[in-house]
Design a protein around this ligand. Structure first.
Ligand code: 6R9
Length: 647
């Protein structure tokens, strides 16, 4: 990552036709900071309101941290994503579905999507789901996932989407944490030609969740599933009985729209809460301006709806803008390594948005898989989830985009709701590896260890100094944890958990997490979560987990394990532990390396010195830094000697 690298300027024809060019950006950015109320009042006119708001921003990052936007306005997110488009674009395709099997695809117009969402909203209502209830959604990448989110929004229920790759235990924890009483799942998911036992996982999870009254099951794969009459309901049967008319529930701007669980440095995953108006406005605006989305374009984000990127940039942002959004069930390597690009050609995709790990995985298979496709429709290429290494960036730009597509590296987080630092592709040039500059209304600050804001070119911890409409408002059921996690390290500022550099041109370079969160293939995992999963294994005494550089995944999971007395390391035990973590959390958390340790480096007060473990994992053992506070310095030589053994 070299902040001085070349700038790829905006092509003149892009700037000429873009919603926002360089001068517009400078003027609007300045205005958004100088007069947030005026700026956001105007922008909020993009949404349809049942009752207009009078107050715009009412936010404090001090004390209790209270953030409200448009607080007395009333609206409905599903109305904004569907109903209001019917008059002008009822027959336009809203969602394209591309199945795992290239022979399977379909699409729905705004009118059809509206009807499905209204029916599903009525199904939920008929089974007692009310405004404010939490509904858990555990679905594969099928159209019903978007319908389910919007149907909840329509009746004011709060959805909690759980990624289909999570285990039954992880699903159970998330259902219990938010007190959900209704679950929507599918018989099985289909990915890369393989089946995922979603209903079976759901059954296991719900066995420990007494509050769940019903499981609504989409028939996707058609296999046989266990069935509990009375509790389990077939989606298609319920939908056929339901009325296609359902008035949208009037929702306060600050009523919760959804909960999404994400990992932090400590404890169990947190239920990040997003509210209605600010979130919807922010995702719509960022989607439109960063990608320069134009009416009629086909837009494809490859994320899963189980992550924030799927929420904001498959469903809410694009549909609020009346876009055509593609939902992909499959994987980049099935049936072959051309899949991404053959889908681009098949559906004439204009904007393609994916993750660096996916780019790296297709890149290593060779250019021929790309070159045999046309990709002539592509105009914009986006990246998200982790810092993109310049090699992957250049390949994306030169091979996939043939040098003619704009590249948007978008930095944001579950908690930020939408893009925070990202190029507006018509406004300024980009540098490979930099997410560039802040979006309207976003005030990034880089602080040093003492919380001192740094000026000019610098490096430190990335904070945001003031509230923006799309930000999370709280952690479900634990506002104190919200304040503690994000607003206590640097009082008065939102702390992102990321490190960043700012170069002399004011471009930001995210350097990765500075806390105990690791980013594996763009998925956020808390080291503490993986440690507690391992420590629950009967043979494990203690575990410490760190990230280490991994060519494909960005970061890999490196685990130090101390076994109970009487147990000894073996290949079989290694495999057993990997399997154990897959079952406890999900395949994304499976350790890449296991390092058998007789002891872990600890301070005299018993804190594990992760800094040292990270260096050993990265094989950077020359510069272990200060080890004088270790209780037993001898531990280090044992660990260094044990590196790579049995890993
Ligand atoms: C959107 C999403 C958030 C963390 C974030 C950062 C990393 C995301 C990035 C990026 C560098 C980018 N991250 N986008 N790092 N450049 N363009 O991924 O949300 O799952 O909450 O993860 O991902 O470390 O703090 P989430």
């Amino acid at each position: 990552m070299t902040p001085d690298s070349d700038v790829f300027p905006v092509r003149p024809e892009v700037a000429a036709s873009a919603w926002i060019n360089e001068t517009d950006y400078a003027r609007l950015y300045e205005r958004s900071l100088a007069d947030p109320d005026g700026f956001w009042r105007e922008q909020a006119g993009r949404l349809d309101w049942f009752k207009p708001f009078t107050s715009v921003k009412d936010a404090s990052f001090d004390g209790e941290v209270d953030v409200r936007w448009f607080a007395d306005g009333v609206l409905n997110a599903s109305y904004n994503c569907l109903d209001r488009h019917l008059a002008t674009r009822g027959d336009q395709v809203a969602l394209i579905w591309e199945g795992d099997d290239p022979g399977e695809s379909s699409s729905v117009t705004y009118r059809e999507a509206h009807e499905q969402v209204c029916r599903l909203a009525n199904v939920l209502k008929s089974h007692g789901v009310k405004k404010g209830d939490r509904v858990t959604i555990y679905l594969p990448m099928i159209l019903e996932a978007a319908y389910a989110m919007l149907a909840c929004a329509r009746i004011g229920a709060v959805h909690s989407v759980v990624f289909g790759g999570f285990s039954s235990d992880s699903l159970k924890d998330r259902i219990l944490d938010c007190g959900s009483n209704f679950l929507i799942t599918a018989d099985e998911g289909v990915r890369g030609g393989r089946r995922l036992p979603l209903k079976a996982n759901a059954d296991k999870a719900v066995a420990a969740c007494a509050a769940v009254r019903h499981i609504l099951v989409v028939r996707r794969a058609g296999g046989t599933v266990a069935w509990e009459p009375g509790r389990d309901l077939w989606y298609h049967e319920e939908m056929s009985k339901a009325s296609p008319v359902c008035d949208p529930e009037p929702m306060g701007a600050e009523d919760p729209l959804f909960i999404l669980y994400t990992s932090g440095s400590t404890g169990k995953p947190k239920g990040v809460v997003h509210t209605t108006a600010g979130y919807l406005l922010y995702t719509a605006l960022t989607h439109k301006y960063v990608f320069d989305y134009k009416d009629g374009e086909i837009y494809w984000c490859t994320a899963d709806v189980g992550w924030i990127t799927g929420h904001s940039y498959i469903v809410y942002g694009p549909l609020a803008n009346g876009a055509t959004s593609l939902i992909f069930e499959g994987v980049p390597y099935y049936p072959d390594h051309s899949r991404f690009w053959s889908v681009v050609d098949k559906h004439r995709v204009n904007i393609f948005y994916t993750a660096p790990t996916a780019i790296r995985s297709v890149m290593r298979e060779g250019d021929q898989w790309v070159k045999k496709t046309s990709r002539a429709t592509l105009r914009v290429l986006g990246s998200v989830g982790e810092p993109i290494n310049p090699e992957a960036w250049l390949w994306f730009h030169e091979v996939v985009g043939e040098g003619r597509c704009a590249i948007a590296d978008t930095w944001f987080q579950t908690e930020t709701g939408g893009f925070m630092i990202a190029p507006l592709i018509g406004a300024f040039g980009v540098k490979p590896g930099s997410a560039t500059k802040p979006f309207f209304g976003v005030r990034p600050v880089i602080v040093d260890h003492n919380g001192q804001a740094l000026e000019g070119a610098c490096e430190g911890s990335l904070c945001i100094a003031d509230a923006w409409p799309g930000m999370a408002r709280t952690i479900f059921g634990d506002h104190a944890r919200f304040v503690q996690t994000y607003f206590s390290a640097f009082p008065g500022k939102y702390f992102t958990g990321d490190g960043a550099q700012r170069d002399g041109d004011g471009y930001y370079w995210i350097t990765g997490r500075v806390d105990d969160v690791i980013n594996v293939s763009g998925h956020r995992l808390g080291t503490a979560e993986i440690e507690s999963a391992l420590e629950a294994h009967p043979k494990v005494a203690e575990a410490a987990v760190v990230g280490y550089p991994h060519d494909l995944k960005g970061q890999g999971i490196y685990v130090y394990v101390t076994l109970n007395a009487g147990e000894s390391p073996s290949q079989a035990l290694r495999e057993e532990l990997v399997k154990w973590v897959r079952q406890e959390i999900g395949p994304i958390a499976a350790p890449d390396q296991i390092h058998w340790a007789t002891d872990l480096p600890k301070t005299r007060s018993g804190k594990i010195m992760r800094r040292i473990l990270r260096k050993i994992a990265a094989n950077d053992v020359e510069a272990l830094g200060d080890t004088s506070t270790l209780a037993d310095p001898g531990v280090i030589s044992d660990l260094v000697g044990g590196r790579g053994k049995g890993g």
